[in-house]
Design a protein around this ligand. Structure first.
Ligand code: DMJ
Length: 461
């Protein structure tokens, strides 16, 4: 090859291996999120490398179990990738391949490791196309699959990564039914329907236990499918069950999921939606009588405007986002739970959660109304004002006093920073929102990769 040709080839290779989302120049706000991400990431690396979570106030770390599973980097990868931080993502890939071994005799929480570790690894593969990452994801998926081996198909709360033993016979509905995306992607890549089928069986077991009002409870027994709690809501403990039915339908095109979604939404609108104080809320009701039981909501619920917008209900999405924005404005951060009728903070913690920013991002995409861009500017400024530490970001123990706690949640990397960055870089970055589905942990999966003529065969529907 002549030297000119070699030069052109090298240049082409350089552009091929660049993140397709890498950009030369971002506006000030997007660049600010990148700078803060890098600052926090470097602190994780300096003080917590190889461990699950960075503790910013003590410059130390914690692990979820007796042995670390490297949760922060796996969760952070897709955000760092979209920001074009290639040294950082290459380092995570190397570490995952060379040093991460899941053959550990520990019981892990099936739901939490599915959304963070399995979802993180699968999006790492989807973005990098590195086959060794896929091997890790398959290995991990196989290790948590025994959890689904129950009489109903609803997974147990705990599963042992080494032995496949399970325990924990009651789960909430998010823990029962938030697997369709990760297990579906795994089935697609392995061409083995068993993963998706396990996830779908669990969702169907929950759905078929719905009341005649089309409502479900929030805690269920995994062996007999009986309800432990008849409380119906879309709050923490249920949220992502609904999210995955609709998003997995969009990602894979399984028509049965659309039927389940269509059966579920009217009950939510009829019995849980509550106009109070001229605001739209989604409260709690008894699944058999439809009677309102409580007006306590959780900040997780702020995911719902995003889901409403994605499913085409822009007016309710706007109305609900306005409500959540009002909750945020009361203190300048949201409380973990709040009673909208008593106007009382029930639990004053803010753990760097992303949902309100996720919904502002979706609404900005769907409406192009700068109101939502500016909401995220405000949320980001508040987070910097109250949660920023010497070298990272941390939780707030009490939003009334703004006393800082000592933990930077792994989803802060995966979700909060990602949604802020994607909002602020919306016009420079050209991230093709409509071709992606974000998992509940904000891991992006490209729709054109998974909604193909082979999908029904690979997933078994
Ligand atoms: C995340 O871990 C996931 O989004 C989960 O589904 C619920 N919310 C937390 C962050 O708030």
């Amino acid at each position: 090859m002549g030297s000119l040709k070699k030069g052109i080839f090298a240049l082409m290779l350089f552009f091929c291996i660049q993140s397709p989302f890498a950009q030369v120049a971002y506006n000030e706000q997007a660049q600010d999120v990148i700078n803060e991400t890098v600052r926090s990431w470097n602190s994780y690396k300096k003080y917590a490398w190889g461990h699950d979570v960075y503790l910013p106030l003590t410059h130390s770390f914690s692990d979820w179990y007796s042995e670390p599973l490297y949760i922060s980097p796996i969760d952070a990868y897709s955000t760092l990738y979209l920001m074009g931080l290639q040294d950082e993502t290459a380092e995570i890939e190397r570490y995952v391949i060379d040093s991460l071994n899941f053959n550990k005799n520990i019981f892990v929480k099936t739901f939490e490791v599915n959304i963070r570790i399995l979802g993180g690894l699968l999006s790492m593969y989807d973005l990098s196309q590195n086959p060794q990452i896929l091997e890790k994801a398959i290995d991990f998926g196989n290790r948590i699959l025994p959890a689904f081996n129950t009489l109903t198909g609803i997974p147990t709360y705990w599963v042992n990564l080494q032995t496949g033993e399970t325990k924990g016979d009651t789960v909430n509905i998010a823990e029962a039914g938030t697997y369709l995306i990760e297990m579906g992607v795994l089935s697609y890549y392995t061409k083995d329907p068993k993963y998706y089928q396990a996830a779908k069986k669990a969702v169907k077991a929950v759905h078929y236990a719905s009341s005649s009002l089309g409502l479900i409870g929030d805690v269920i027994q995994v062996q007999n499918g009986k309800w432990i709690s008849f409380q119906s809501h879309i709050c923490a403990g249920v949220d992502s069950y609904y999210e995955y039915i609709y998003k997995a339908y969009l990602l894979f095109g399984d028509p049965e999921l659309k039927i389940i979604w269509d059966n579920s939404i009217p009950g939510i609108q009829k019995y849980l939606a509550d106009i109070y104080d001229n605001k739209l809320w989604f409260g709690r009701a008894h699944m058999y009588t439809g009677e309102k039981t409580s007006s306590v909501i959780t900040l997780y619920d702020a995911f719902f405007p995003a889901l409403l917008a994605l499913s085409g209900n822009i007016s309710d999405a706007r109305f609900l986002q306005k409500t959540w924005n009002g909750v945020w404005d009361m203190y300048g951060l949201e409380p973990m739970s709040y009673d909208y009728k008593k106007k009382e903070v029930k639990y004053p913690v803010y753990d760097l959660n992303p949902e309100i920013m996720e919904s502002a991002y979706y609404l900005y995409h769907f409406t192009k109304d700068t109101l939502y861009y500016n909401m995220n500017v405000k949320y980001w400024n508040n987070i910097k004002k109250y949660c920023r530490t010497e070298d990272a970001f941390t939780a707030i123990e009490n939003i009334k006093t703004m006393k800082q706690g000592n933990e930077m949640a792994t989803y802060f990397f995966a979700e909060t920073l990602k949604y802020l960055f994607l909002t602020f870089s919306y016009h420079e970055n050209q991230f093709p929102f409509d071709d992606y589905i974000f998992s509940t942990e904000a891991h992006p999966f490209k729709r054109s990769h998974f909604n193909t003529p082979e999908t029904p065969t690979y997933l078994g529907f």
